[in-house]
Design a protein around this ligand. Structure first.
Ligand code: 2NL
Length: 344
């Protein structure tokens, strides 16, 4: 019997040695140490042995059992270590490999210019206000002193959605709405950026959709000199301190008096060149003192309050600053154009 046990032990240790998975070791454990295993079998037959032999066989059986047990444990640890080693090798990261390139986007140049202009006016005490792009006839025209027979209200010039709703042709309706909300109480000091729409054939300098920023300052004792000082400060901040402005008389239905604002040419410094068409000046803004009718339409007493307003096309400011020759570049999404506006 002792021989039989020794044989079983040898067999088991050999099988453990040859095993190459934890699962195989588990099978060996069941095979040799399980309830139906050969060692249990031997122990069961011990009843036939003499009292002298019995403890010897029992001791041997326990020895063999323990030997198999510890051998299984050792081999399990060994296999687990190998498995861990392989897993670590598989998952290891080569930190010396070059990284993946991160594609970096850029603000659209028109967005960048709008934000730059907003920031300048915020610095001058204005608040940024936005409003709807689909407007009523009332806010887009009537509240701005454009009578029903005014040529600008022609169906041919605007995109009408219904008989009295249209895509706004300027951002002034935002100012009219804001004034109305103030219930005749000043000050109102806002700039209104946004998309506007006009029925135009697109070319290098025209687009049926473009960006505008308008400004409005309504309070007691607002004067033309306030308008001039504000616009001069703005132009010098945007184009550079060496630039100057001049005002020429003009006409808008919503302002009286009205002016066109020119900035001195930055290419020739006023001597005359292709950009300023030999005049030394470039037209950049329309402005004026808010028409009394416009104040009254929006709930302000025009005897108590006065105001100035101005409007500018954002594309023109971007063209001039970056030396771009065609407004259509802003709307064709050519990545080669847009990439040039990435920040360093
Ligand atoms: C231009 C000229 C201008 C205004 C816009 C305005 C708005 C209110 C009252 C009075 Cl609520 N005026 N806006 C005034 C003068 C000129 O825009 O050339 N825009 C591109």
């Amino acid at each position: 019997m002792i021989e039989r046990l020794q044989e079983l032990g040898k067999e088991a240790l050999q099988e453990i040695k040859d095993a190459d998975t934890v699962k195989a070791l588990d099978n060996i454990r069941v095979k040799y140490l399980g309830k139906k295993g050969p060692i249990t079998e031997v122990l069961r037959g011990m009843g036939k042995l003499s009292a002298e032999e019995r403890p010897k066989v029992g001791q041997k059986a326990n020895e063999i059992r323990e030997e198999i047990q510890s051998s299984l444990e050792a081999k399990t640890t060994e296999l687990e270590e190998i498995a861990l080693e392989e897993k670590l090798k598989e998952e290891s990261i080569d930190v010396t490999l070059p990284g993946k390139e991160i594609k970096r986007g850029a603000r659209h140049p028109l967005t960048a210019v709008v934000e730059e202009i907003e920031d300048i006016f915020i610095g001058l005490g204005f608040q940024v206000t936005e409003g709807p792009e689909v407007e009523t006839d009332y806010y887009n025209f009537e509240a701005l002193n454009l009578p029903p027979d005014h040529p600008a209200r022609d169906m041919q010039d605007s995109f009408y959605v219904t008989h009295d709703m249209l895509l706004r042709t300027q951002t002034s309706p935002v100012q009219a709405r804001t004034m109305q909300k103030h219930n005749g109480q000043g000050p109102v000091k806002i700039v209104c950026p946004g998309k506007v729409y006009r029925r135009d054939d697109d070319d290098a300098t025209h687009s049926h959709q473009f960006m505008q920023i308008e400004g409005l300052y309504v309070d007691k004792n607002v004067r033309m000199s306030d308008l001039k000082g504000t616009l001069e400060a703005f132009v010098k901040k945007y184009f550079g301190p060496e630039r100057s402005i001049r005002l020429r008389p003009s006409f808008f239905p919503f302002t009286e008096p009205s002016v066109e604002v020119d900035v001195s040419c930055g290419i020739c410094g006023g001597a005359g060149c292709r950009v300023c068409k030999n005049s030394g000046w470039i037209e950049v803004l329309g402005a004026g003192m808010v028409h009394p009718n416009v104040l009254e339409f929006s709930g302000f007493d025009s005897n108590e309050y006065s105001g100035f307003a101005f409007g500018m096309g954002v594309e023109r400011f971007a063209l001039l600053k970056y030396g771009i020759d065609d407004i259509r570049h802003f709307y064709t999404n050519d990545i080669r154009f847009l990439e040039q506006f990435k920040r360093a």
